[in-house]
Design a protein around this ligand. Sequence first.
Ligand code: ADP
Ligand code: GLC
Length: 488
Amino acid sequence: MKICFVSSECVPYVKTGGLADVSGALPPALHGLGCEVKVFLPLYQSINTIDHELTFCADIMNIPVQIGPHTRTFNTWYGKLGDSEVEVYLIDCPHYYHRPTTYTSDQDEDERFILLQHAMFKVMQHYSWSPDVIHCNDWQTGLVPVYLRKLYNWDDLFAQTATVFSLHNIAYQGRFHSSSVERAGLLYDDYYPGGPYELKGAFCFMKAGVSYADKISTVSETYAKEIQTPELGADMDGALRSRSYDLVGILNGIDPGEWDPATDPLIPQNYTFKKIEKKQVNKKKLVERFGLPYDESVPVLGIVTRFAVQKGLELLQPIVAPLIEQHGVQLVVLGSGEHGYEQFFQRASQRFPQNVGTYIGYNNELAHWIEAGSDMFIMPSRYEPCGLNQMYSLRYGTVPIVRKTGGLADTVHDFHEFHTKGNGFSFVDFSPFALYTTISRAINLFRKTESWRSVQERGMSQDFSWDASAQRYLDLYEWAIERRLGGY
Ligand code: ADP
Ligand code: GLC
């Protein structure tokens, strides 16, 4: 099967969150199942073509794309994704992609991804490459299913091509002023209240994808249900309910090449469950790296996250002091984003210099150290489509403490002393009290080494590799093709 995979971020080239991990790992897993996969993404300024061994495609240069009144041009670079045989095409348009950040709030944010979506079709046309499925991800690629039906339907190359649209986070929808319809090259005939790409008076890329894709997926089964409710649907629930039959949840996998304590080259000491005592070396190095005193018996709580409202960090704010005063915990935090959270954690480190370590910024190596060196990992998310860090934590024997929502609910099973299934701790109420009591429960168990080990073992022995999920995507592709060939 031939798959065109289009995304706005992809490891190892560019990453702001979990979408990049998925884009870097799912295509190689699909390749392993016999698919031919081509990945498309923008060549942002931050991507160094030499470091990533990219080749300039001299045969696809200066290709024009009309965006409203402007004719923009793009070049194309080519590479192989990591060690795999998956081909990556990077769309080079300095006018749009040479900006200080991957995403912007610039006036032309819509145009930046309109260009990507047109460019993808044009590169496929150039190579006369006819994919069976175009797999789109998040709002930045939501127009692709519309383009296939409205703008590129004249081209026989795509006559049999189906589309799958994956929602990684429905809070980011790509809503723009109605004038963007024209810049996108679409007609106003289909733009009306409640229409396929109108949402709350705006032109919405995500709604377009939801309306026109053959099949829709999201990244966990619980989130697939949650987004069809008004509470967690972010205004998209109506559109999603109307496509309920075509919507599935497929849990993300994790890349065992990147995240395995037995082989991880970024952590100080490799270990397995059989040699779990070696994890202590990582704990010691971790707290020392943060300038905190080391004591084996002190529980270390780790956090690695974007500082965004989604992540529920306000639940932690009122309980940091009580956790330290009553349980003597240490907290190591890696993250960046909203200023208020950055300030809070920086101040907490100043107030509790023996107990709180904060690193503001993005640091992949440190993320690995925190997964390897912490005893527990905290994710009190308000909502969480899938979440990857809890799966990394399970694999590293770092017991996750999560709010029971979305993918966290599907992967972390609350420990209870009367049954033996739990691999972590979870709570339902979005309240500091619920988080506090859950962390307290975890700390009590942490003191009982044998029971703690059994929770760690259950997590470490789980299989979160991409194999099963990639197979489910293949089934979804087949289903999308069936729908496409059966007529819309
Ligand atoms: P989201 O995509 O909503 O941010 P996920 O849990 O799916 O949440 O994925 C987050 C990914 O980004 C993980 O791989 C995590 O380790 C990484 N990450 C988040 N913040 C940082 C940071 N400050 N430094 C390094 N890695 C980070
Ligand atoms: C989003 C979600 C996160 C998910 C990731 C990859 O960023 O917030 O929960 O794991 O996408 O699908």
